[in-house]
Ligand binder design. Structure first.
Ligand code: PLP
Length: 456
């Protein structure tokens, strides 16, 4: 007992540690240093309570300085995506075009007519700034932009199917990751899920049999990050639309990614186009702003005014509305499509459409003069829940292991500034050129040189 008490007394005070942190890291503000000192001394006290020796003030202060710097560090910090996955949710999905970036900066760095009508000199509408362009691009009669697509699906159901049933094919009752599970979203919206068909095969008759007086809608969901092969069947969209119309049901199509350009032009299967989904008779089509569209995080609902207006009037529409940066960035992104320049200006589409020769040239530039690397053919993916299992031919810099091990090498690249995120293929680390932005080429070359130099 007396020993334990003596040990507790050996722990330096918070004040002493905080002052030591400030000496080690003069850029750390006092209040941050004090909190870091408290957290670290708490850890030591806990260790001592478990019979360990207290570390000395210097060691505690070093840990505290690291902790304080982490708090002050910019986040999310930029990284180089060399994974070959274009719409990488963990790495922030779609990078914005230069014009979209400028629009975001202009909207964020000053005042704007966000909710102001310049002609009338009075309060205006936030949503008008964006819904007109969405309508132009998609051909829809009405549009509503929300914070993300999860919010779009949720609010569409909450507005139109609260307290009633929604038919969902068993094969489409999916989880896309990050907590988005169709049954949970339905439940949260107050709608009741009615499963239809079987996991692999669902026909229009399955939907027809499930309809009763309390059915509000049919929800179709893009299977996103998984694909079914073999003995499968899904209903013809036009027949399903006929059924919905005939029975007075709303047909909602959650496209997930929602493409405006045809992915089939790049050797991929065709990702459903937003316009086609509307033409096929869906009353509401929902999609993300930051997947194949290539814009900021947002969720878009398009359809007829009659169906969109009740959604926009729900109290939760206010809670889920996009901010001015989103509106500015999305509008600028959509304008690229209107101008027919998206392939050249929207990074996601630049990456999808880049030719192999170009990627090879860029790879060679990056690895010029570096030993222990070679250029190999690789496979990139669109990602973001679109085109699961489909690959885009690509080119990668493969790094010879030379005893370091691929995992250790990957860690060294992650430790660079900016961090480089590669992919391990057949036991070797690869840096895929398809997802490396042109503006990151120099930084990638510097990282590659530093890592390879340190190994010699
Ligand atoms: C990605 C996705 C969502 C969720 O979209 P967020 O914009 O990430 O909220 C919903 N449904 C499908 C089918 C998706 O692929």
């Amino acid at each position: 007992m007396s020993d334990a008490r003596a040990d507790f007394r050996s722990i330096p005070s918070v004040e002493v540690v905080a002052r030591a942190i400030e000496r080690l890291a003069p850029d750390v503000p006092a209040r941050v240093a004090v909190r870091a000192a408290r957290a670290e001394t708490d850890l030591v006290r806990n260790a001592v309570a478990h019979g360990q020796q207290a570390s000395n003030a210097d060691a505690i202060a070093r840990a505290g300085a690291l902790r304080a710097r982490l708090v002050l560090q910019e986040a999310p910090q930029p990284v180089i995506n060399a994974t070959g996955v274009i719409v990488h949710t963990n790495l922030g999905r779609a990078p914005l075009s230069d014009q979209a970036l400028e629009a975001v900066q202009a909207a964020a760095g000053g005042y704007s007519d966000l909710e102001y009508d310049l002609g009338m000199g009075q309060r205006g509408s936030r949503s008008n700034h964006i819904s007109d362009v969405v309508r132009e691009v998609t051909g829809a009669e009405a549009a509503l932009v929300l914070n993300n697509n999860a919010a779009a699906v949720f609010l569409a159901l909450e507005a139109h199917a609260r307290g009633r049933e929604v038919l969902v094919a068993r094969g489409e009752s999916i989880e896309i990751g990050g907590g988005f599970r169709i049954p949970d979203i339905l439940q949260a919206s107050g709608a009741r899920l009615r499963d239809v068909g079987t996991t692999n095969r669902t026909r229009v008759e399955d939907y027809a049999r499930a309809v009763h007086g309390d059915t509000a809608a049919i929800l179709r969901v893009h299977p996103s990050n998984f694909a079914q092969v073999g003995f499968t069947e899904s209903p013809d969209p036009a027949e399903l639309a006929d059924l919905a119309r005939g029975r007075g049901l709303l047909l909602i199509n959650d496209l997930g990614s929602g493409a405006l350009l045809d992915t089939a032009a790049y050797g991929l299967t065709r990702e459903p186009l937003i316009e086609e989904a509307l033409e096929a008779g869906a009353d509401l089509v929902t999609f993300s702003g930051d997947k194949l569209l290539g814009g900021p995080q947002a969720g878009v609902i398009v359809g007829s005014s009659e169906v969109i207006e009740p959604i926009a009037r729900r109290p939760l529409a206010r809670a889920l509305r996009p901010d001015k940066m989103t509106i500015a960035g999305l509008r600028a992104t959509l304008t690229h499509y209107l101008r027919d320049e998206a392939l050249e200006t929207v990074p996601v589409w630049q990456m999808i459409s880049a030719g192999l020769d170009e990627l090879r040239e860029r790879g060679e530039r990056v690895m010029d003069g570096v030993a222990g690397v070679r250029l190999v053919n690789s496979s990139a993916a669109v990602g973001g829940g679109s085109l699961p299992g489909q690959v885009l031919p690509s080119v990668a810099i493969e790094i010879a292991d030379a005893g370091t091990g691929a995992n250790e090498l990957a860690a060294r690249f992650r430790n660079c500034s900016p961090p480089v995120i590669g992919r391990i293929h057949a036991g070797r680390l690869r840096l895929d050129m398809r997802t490396v932005l042109a503006k990151d080429e120099d930084a990638l070359r510097t990282a590659l040189r530093a890592v390879q130099h340190a190994r010699r």
